[in-house]
Design a protein around this ligand. Structure first.
Ligand code: 2P0
Length: 321
């Protein structure tokens, strides 16, 4: 039963403190590890969804018609899974995510689309179900249904793999995003994961990740930014190590990445809270706290005068207007 002709939903992007980097099932995005993320207050996608007169699925991104292949694949899977053969949709999305800053918009995009879809089709607005649907679009989108800190439990099949809120509070963590390169990433996450999973050391990273998740949960509950930073940094650098150690090695790091990482370490040695995390690209997100962010940002701007920086905090969560 269709109750509304047009729905608008907003979802925010998230950064994993314990990463998702590997799939047990590629078509359903069942991961090899559970992951824990912070949803960001500042960066989001708003999606307006309606039925398209053409009967086809169409995508408009930031006002321009765009290739809808990936989104159509997602919608077809949802048609199949829900048994609802809904007609073609017009997806009109505005991304307030600086893709130039290496922040993936797929998380906020698929979470916003899922939220809008569920309401448009009058499906149950159940967070767990929405997280499972968003996961099929993009793994990290499962976590963007929620604000603040969320855990995506890896599960073992479509029913058991979903994210849920872990800690619904801003604990004073700041992320300084260093915009190192605006170039399109040369290796997609999906392909990068496939290659990295063949590293001889991958199993050890997966095992370590499970231990780090437990430690990270305690650190978030204790609002211990230093522990959070140390664990997140180790987990992210370990993830990137798998990319270098697999039979077809590749690397998201570029020279400026290494410079920013080295400067982050130097700031920590000098007594400031400063830790790095990185995703499927050369950009670095620096973890610090609200008390240190102004001084740390000034130091980075002084050291890298040609680089742009953004600061984000915890927040977000799926919303409608
Ligand atoms: C994460 N990343 O946990 C990890 C860390 C990037 C590095 O989730 O193939 O776009 O669509 O499920 O979610 C980016 O991968 O990958 C990602 P797909 P996705 O945030």
């Amino acid at each position: 039963m269709i109750k509304q002709a047009k729905v608008r939903a907003t979802a925010h992007t998230n950064i994993a403190l314990i990463k998702y980097w590997g799939k047990a099932d590629v078509s359903l995005n069942i991961p090899t590890t559970s992951s824990l993320s912070m949803t960001l207050d500042k960066f989001y996608t708003t999606t307006e969804l309606s039925f398209d007169a053409s009967g086809q699925d169409r995508l408009i991104l930031n006002g321009e018609g765009t290739d809808a292949t990936r989104v159509k694949g997602f919608l077809d899977l949802v048609r199949q899974k829900t048994g609802q053969d809904f007609p073609g949709l017009l997806i009109d999305s505005q991304n307030h995510v600086p893709t130039a800053a290496g922040l993936a918009s797929s998380a906020s995009s698929f979470a916003a689309l899922t939220g809008a879809l569920v309401r448009l089709l009058d499906l149950p607005e159940n967070d767990r179900e929405m997280s499972r649907i968003a996961r099929i679009g993009s793994g990290s989108a499962s976590r963007s249904i929620f604000g603040n800190f969320a855990i995506w439990n890896k599960g073992h099949d479509d029913a058991s793999s979903y994210a849920e809120p872990f800690y619904d509070e801003d604990i004073g963590l700041s992320m300084i995003v260093a915009e190192i390169s605006q170039k399109e990433k040369k290796m997609s996450s999906t392909r990068g994961m496939q290659l990295a999973q063949k590293a001889p050391s991958y199993g050890a990273w997966v095992e370590k990740s499970a231990r780090q998740l437990k430690e990270m949960k305690s650190a978030v509950q204790a609002h211990d930014i230093e522990q959070i930073g140390l664990i997140a940094q180790d987990n992210a650098l370990g993830m990137h190590e798998q990319n270098r150690l697999c039979p077809e090695p590749f690397d998201y790091f570029i020279d400026e990445t290494r410079q920013v990482l080295a400067f982050t370490e130097a700031c920590y040695r000098s007594g400031l809270l400063a830790f790095a995390t990185m995703d499927a690209g050369p950009n670095v997100k620096i973890i610090t706290d609200k008390a240190s962010e102004t001084e740390l940002l000034a130091r980075f701007k002084n050291e890298f005068p040609n680089m742009a920086f953004e600061i984000a905090h915890a927040g977000g969560g799926l919303s409608y207007d």
